[in-house]
Design a protein around this ligand. Sequence first.
Ligand code: PGA
Length: 252
Amino acid sequence: MSRIKLMCGNWKLHKTIAESVELATAVKNAVGPLRDVEVAVAPVFTALHAVAKRLEGSAVVLAAQNCFWEDQGAWTGEVSAKLLKDVGCKYVIIAHSERRQWFGETDAMASLKVRAALRNGLDPIYCVGETLAERDAGEAFHVVGRQLEGGLTDLTAKEAERLVIAYEPVWAIGTGRTASPQQAQEVHQFIRGKLSEKFGNAAEAIRIQYGGSVKPDNASLLMDQPDIDGALVGGASLKADDFLKIVKYRNS
Ligand code: PGA
């Protein structure tokens, strides 16, 4: 099955509204009409509306970096999947390792968020990945398996087809230390196997992105792997030139 690769820039806590619009404009102008790759950008919440307006009519789509699991109510400070849909998002990143590490997000919370996203018409990008200590202890598969089990509960195969999984080994995020294409492929293949146990044939449609120090010079070897269906790009997505080289990895 041929899966369209999804390249998503995760801008994290960077850029003002004006800077976000500037970067989104550069990405939009350079990608043109896309056929064999889908491009998304995930700005900070406060820039979503302005970036959505700027991206109107272009092939670049909008993603949010997080969402809450209830649609509305007395939840001071939260932003619901419903509102992210309202502002124009197509995707929402869920349970990024920085959320797990610094905000205590668990697989159970992720599961609620994944369901909230699907219920509101957003496609979840569910992040999984082991720490260095876990990898060194030989527990990478075990940890990723547990995160998939805990974060993806009560989904039908039809819903599962809308999932994107991002495998992001924590030791590779922002460290300049990328997983080798073989290391990544091995885990991606394991993830696809797990998804197929859970959702049957739908697993073939689910895109599994790699994230963790993806750069212009390593994107193409990673993307050549059979089970790597795109990239979640942090640092390198903040510079239009670098992100575009990754998006256009086939030409490099
Ligand atoms: P990085 O971040 O590309 O800067 O390693 C990836 C991510 O955290 O999504």
